[in-house]
Ligand binder design. Sequence first.
Ligand code: HEC
Ligand code: HEC
Length: 298
Amino acid sequence: MADFTSNFWSWYIIIPVVAGFIFCLFLIIWMSGGTLSGGKAKPTGHIWDEDLQELNNPLPGWWVNLFYITIVFGAIYLVLYPGLGNYEGLLGWTSQGRYEKEVKAADKRFSPIYKAYAQVNLRTLVHDAKAMKTGQRLFTNYCTVCHGSDAGGAPGFPNLTDSAWLYGGEPEQIKQSIMNGRAGVMPAWEPALGAKGVHEVGEYVISLSGRKVHISAAEAGEKRFMAMCAACHGKDGKGKIALGAPNLTDNIWLYGGSQKTINESIAKGRGGKMPAHKDFLGADKVHLLAAYIYSLSR
Ligand code: HEC
Ligand code: HEC
């Protein structure tokens, strides 16, 4: 509510709400005023078959009282809680405040547990079944959107369960990846190589994992590879974890292993980003997650 710059929307809410209260009160007083003196019901004025009168019998007392109680409840609620336009309510309740309170309570309850796990060496923590269960829950909450519910990855999002690592699969390296994030930089080569050059070097890349290629194209591609690619992917094409440059010889592909996709990686470049989780989750949770990820690949 407080996000609006003018009061128009505030009054747009307040006026119909207050009018609604007045209308309900008016309606109930009007409807319950049905008796004449002497306790007889007022006629409505409708008459059938000469003397058959429709009477306006009063509503039952308990029902009328319930109606009054709902109106009073509604009014008290709107005085205490936000509901009337920009008015914040006497209790100062906000959904944000309530959320923060719950998060604080949860942190207070669970942070000692994470803190205790954080004291345990990553390699030892892997053997703690209860810790791994908690790690799995954290993974489901924070990581599955990108890495998949089974951590199996998707094009552009690495599989975390295999033995192929962009940035290294030792527990400390995994922890680094989660703490500080990672950013792979693969430049676009089409401007420098042209379509033919991309095709040739693509053929060479495919040959690295033992697949059939056109020998002459791959040979031309090899020269280009040594000149332009080896600095990051290594002379043998096995990659460099310091740069996150993937191993091109294991037939495991981050973006896909079809000729079309490989050529696209080379022509257009790639730039995968793993967000840093240090501030978002805190070091203790990241520690537990690192142990969990380490356990997946073993
Ligand atoms: C917004 C998407 C996204 C989220 C959320 C995300 N990741 Fe990642 N993650 C990536 C991408 C993309 C990469 C690969 C980066 C690259 O290509 O250089 C990656 C890389 C990694 C790596 C390094 C893998 C390797 O081969 O070295 C690890 C470990 C990892 N993520 C773990 C996690 C964990 C644990 C979480 C949950 C806390 C998580 N990620 C959440 C997108 C994400
Ligand atoms: C500056 C370092 C660098 C250079 C130079 C470089 N690459 Fe890369 N390459 C990378 C990185 C980093 C990635 C991973 C990108 C990501 O994480 O999103 C990558 C990804 C790739 C991929 C996708 C692999 C997969 O698993 O899907 C291919 C194919 C590739 N490079 C081929 C080449 C070729 C061919 C050349 C030379 C023409 C080259 N690269 C030059 C750093 C480099």
